[in-house]
Design a protein around this ligand. Structure first.
Ligand SMILES: NC(=O)N[C@H]1NC(=O)NC1=O
Ligand SMILES: [Zn+2]
Ligand SMILES: [Zn+2]
Length: 513
């Protein structure tokens, strides 16, 4: 490439603010391997330090001498430059349950793992993001505490339909509702009537409606001439600290029944994107495929835990593995991976953490499990039914996923599709996030896919160091994380503290796809 070809590309954009004295207007990252527009290539990426946007890309490694003297330039070869990850499902729980997780700790954990955007779930904070007032409190609580960019979902609960359009205008990136008990009182489940109202209300809005798709199938019984419908309780069928007992209490039919219910109402909003969060049961896949073939606009996500852990290996009382829907058996995991082999028509488009932490006491961990705390009472120890449901993993996702995906012959491009390109699309941020392309934010993860590490408290930056991954050897290390053209974290040096929490709140309303 002739050096003169650079001059138009490195010119700063007209009308942009001037950089501070002595600061270069651009920063350059190069590598023999980069995932640009979803494809592996050599690349030299020029990011404006003024706008934070990617200004130009060459599909070759240009030497530093091609750039003006003093331009920060690093050739990261052979490490991979990939887009910063967009984790589209994280519970940050602030305000109200900040002792479970907060903006500061949750976004630092994200940055450690190359995640440059997280999208916060509407529940577990108090208040939940189910009203305009609740969202205002969230936004206020997040100010100045975010180390990566943060978007927000709104919540759907019985009776809040009038809040939904105003929340869209305030910039929520979608909505989540539950069809089963959510685990927190302030976020009740919705009925089919509630869903019908929501679909009518949001039918033409630029948003996505997402469901925690587990539902207890009602049982019908005849009493005289009447048919009575009731929900059976989730009754344990064995010891409470045996994982299989818990798994038996939340079978795959809970997921398939919930999805059928959602599909039966989809005609009320034919244009509205629908989405199933944290899909676990493989049995739901053919149903979703059939619906999509008929034109229903529905997608699904799954999580690293469903793709890497299996019920058979969960030890007695190890409630670090409790989540809902549950981790199922190895066959189920293999089935999810088979679906991931279909890059173009898979119903599972994204992989997200569903980082849903709590304080360690609520996990009721027996003393011999790492992450346990000393408790004065042994009551309920190891009880999978009473323990908080949720897996902590934000920032570990890419390594957990790569450890498993690489043995199954998937590529880094696949990971980028699941965790960057498609997650950005899911939340309407594809014009800004999730890819290395001119005009997008200069969010980059520098990934060494050969390096390995053991998960320890020092590699779990979330607030409560209690995760089923502790002690596991993982493959793939994020060496550096860049947010809008600024290096914010390196594995060697930690956080670039002088940069401070440079994350922005992503509140620009979505536009219709
Ligand atoms: N309330 C809450 O965060 N629940 C999450 N935890 C989990 O395991 N599944 C969820 O939906
Ligand atoms: Zn959920
Ligand atoms: Zn969740």
């Amino acid at each position: 490439m002739a050096p003169h070809a650079l001059s138009p590309a490195v010119r700063s954009e007209a009308g942009s603010p001037t950089p501070r004295q002595g600061q270069s207007e651009i920063t350059v990252l190069a590598s023999s391997r980069a995932v640009v527009k979803g494809r592996m290539t050599a690349a030299t990426i020029v990011i404006s330090t003024v706008t934070g946007k990617i200004q130009s890309i060459w599909e070759s490694v240009l030497p530093a001498s091609d750039f003006p003297a003093g331009t920060p330039y690093v050739d990261h070869s052979p490490h991979i430059l990939m887009p910063g990850l967009v984790d589209a499902h994280v519970h940050l729980n602030e305000p109200g349950r900040t002792e479970w997780e907060g903006f500061w700790t949750g976004t630092r954990a994200a940055a450690f793992g190359g995640v440059t955007t997280v999208v916060d779930m509407p529940l577990n904070a108090i208040p939940p993001t189910t009203t305009v007032a609740g969202f205002e409190e969230k936004i206020a609580a997040a100010q100045g505490k975010c180390w990566v960019d943060v978007g927000f979902y709104g919540g759907i609960v019985p009776g809040n339909v009038e809040e939904l359009k105003p929340l869209v205008k305030m910039g929520v990136r979608g909505f989540k509702g539950f069809l089963i008990d959510s685990g927190v009182d302030e976020f009740p489940a919705v009925s089919s009537e509630d869903i019908s109202k929501v679909f009518r209300e949001l039918a033409d809005e630029p948003t996505t409606v997402m469901f925690h798709a587990e539902m207890i199938p009602p049982v019908t019984k005849s009493v005289g001439d009447d048919v009575q419908i009731s929900e059976p309780p989730m009754v344990p069928s064995g010891p409470l600290d045996v994982y299989q007992t818990f798994l038996d209490s939340r079978p795959s039919t809970f997921e398939t029944y919930a999805i059928l219910e959602i599909l039966s109402l989809a005609h009320l909003a034919p244009q509205l994107p629908l989405h199933i969060v944290h899909l676990s049961a493989v049995e739901a896949i053919p149903m979703l495929r059939e619906a999509r073939a008929k034109g229903v606009n529905i997608t699904a996500e799954t999580c690293p835990h469903y793709l890497s852990l299996a019920a058979e290996a969960i030890k007695k009382g190890d409630t670090r593995h409790k989540c809902c829907p549950p981790i199922r058996n190895q066959n189920n995991q293999d089935g999810l991976w088979s679906e991931m082999c279909r890059p173009d028509d898979s119903v599972i488009k994204t992989v997200v953490s569903d980082h849903s932490p709590c304080t360690p006491n609520l996990k009721l961990l027996p003393a011999n499990v790492p992450g346990a705390i000393e408790t004065t009472t042994k009551e309920g120890e190891g009880d999978f039914f009473s323990a908080w449901g949720g897996i902590s993993s934000v920032g570990l996702g890419i390594s957990v996923l790569w450890t498993e995906a690489s043995t199954r012959k998937f590529t880094i491009e696949d990971v980028v599709r699941w965790c960057c390109l498609n997650t950005a699309k899911q939340v309407g941020l594809e014009h800004q996030k999730g890819d290395i392309a001119v005009g997008l934010d200069g969010d980059i993860a520098v990934f060494d896919e050969e390096a390995e590490f053991i998960v320890q408290p020092s590699t779990m930056l979330f607030r409560n160091k209690c995760s089923p991954y502790q002690g596991k050897a993982l493959k793939g290390v994020v060496q550096e994380t860049w947010l809008r053209g600024r290096k914010i974290h390196t594995r060697e040096q930690g956080f670039i503290e002088k940069t401070g929490p440079a994350g922005q709140l992503l509140l620009e309303p979505r536009v219709k796809a």
